[in-house]
Design a protein around this ligand. Structure first.
Ligand SMILES: *Cc1c(COP(=O)(O)O)cnc(C)c1O
Length: 367
């Protein structure tokens, strides 16, 4: 069977380094907020080009903490509106509502699946204070128009970079394009921990120091609490694992790019819509390779019967979730169409050429 994602095989690539790192952490007797975290934060900051990187417990917390810090700084106030793509993973929206901010859902572009930047201005009100952008599936969402809107309306731009570490726009890395960015190191992400992990990057000194404090009980000095914080820290062992794996992220992203190119050139079937990634839109790091087709379940069953595992990212849009009953009556036709039609093909640094060719062959024979 061709697995959608073979995590065991991916981590086997790093086995020696991971075992060495875990032994080092076990023997150190120090499991939180130590040298491993510092080392990884330095590596991540240098990788993205951002001045500050702060390890946190997961990607959702990274976004929650950025927004929470902006509230503490008075940049945001409860009830302010945050523009966010309607077709994102629900975490982006949870981070907003968890902070008593209001998500303003905006439709994506049907070709790139990223927020349609041309639709933003029509949604701006006096309460709009920020845009929470998502570089979905690994593709950069950025443009000159976005920068003009930011300046015109004095907006903060927060990047949800959970799916796109290593992507670039005109040579600048995601995570260093906006005012702050949240990363996820969930095991299946391009840079995955062996458990949960996340990070915030920013060039803003005040924001960085506040996120660090808020993630550690709102405390800078032990037992002195300036804020009502949370406990959201990146464990030493996960930081040590991530320091090993970040050294190969470019190489692994390159393998994803090669596979994506093979799929794009090899798959020729009118029933299948391939992803579109305009050259001027920036580098794509292919966290997911997402195709669309009218009868998605039929295609998924066909691939499954022929030994290819696929997944759906995502089957239900946030505004149709029970958790967001208050938005269930809203209508986002493109978002709903995307959720009905998308299917993610296997893509990962350990997928072999034979497996890629098998997937292409099967898709070309599909009727
Ligand atoms: C994975 C993901 C998150 C959340 O990350 P966790 O580490 O699972 O909390 C947020 N946004 C997007 C777009 C994601 O894909």
């Amino acid at each position: 069977m061709i697995k959608f994602l073979d995590l065991e095989k991916i981590n086997s690539l790093h086995k020696e380094g991971l075992i060495e790192a875990s032994q080092r952490v076990i023997n150190s007797g120090w499991y939180l907020m130590g040298n491993e975290l510092k080392t990884f934060e330095t590596k991540l900051a240098s990788y993205t080009g951002a001045k500050h990187a702060i390890g946190v417990a997961n990607g959702l917390d990274a976004l929650r903490l950025i927004l929470r810090a902006y509230l503490e700084l008075g940049v945001l106030n409860e009830g302010d509106e945050i523009i966010v793509p309607a077709n994102t993973y629900i975490a982006s929206i949870l981070a907003i509502t968890d902070n008593k901010l209001v998500p303003i859902l905006v439709e994506p572009n049907i070709h790139t699946y990223n927020l349609d930047i041309d639709l933003i201005e029509a949604h701006i009100t006096l309460k709009t204070k920020a845009i929470l952008l998502v570089h979905l599936y690994g593709q950069v969402c950025w443009s000159d128009t976005l920068l003009q809107l930011r300046d015109k309306y004095d907006l903060k731009i927060i990047e949800d970079n959970a799916q796109s570490i290593g992507a670039t726009w005109r040579g600048i890395s995601t995570g260093n394009l906006g005012d702050a960015a949240g990363f996820s190191f969930y095991p299946g992400k391009n840079l995955g921990a062996l458990g949960d992990g996340g990070a915030v990057t920013t060039n803003d000194e005040a924001l960085s120091s506040l996120v660090r404090s808020l993630g550690n009980y709102g405390s800078k000095v032990k037992y002195q609490n300036e804020y009502k914080g949370l406990n959201s820290r990146l464990d030493e062992i996960q930081a040590a694992f991530l320091s090993v794996k970040i050294d190969s992220i470019n190489q692994e992203n390159d393998r994803r790019k090669t596979i994506a190119k093979a799929y794009c050139e090899g798959i020729k079937n009118d029933l299948i819509q391939l992803p579109i990634y305009p050259a001027d839109a920036g580098e794509h790091v292919w966290h997911l390779f997402v195709i669309r087709t009218d009868n998605r379940n039929k295609l998924q069953n066909y691939l499954s019967e022929n030994g290819v595992q696929t997944l759906i990212h995502y089957p239900i849009p946030p505004h149709k979730q029970i958790a967001y009953k208050e938005y269930n009556n809203l209508s986002f036709p493109l978002t709903e169409k995307i959720h009905n039609e998308v299917l993610s093909l296997p893509i990962s640094p350990v997928l072999t050429d034979e497996e890629v060719n098998e997937v292409i062959l099967l898709l070309n024979l599909y009727k």
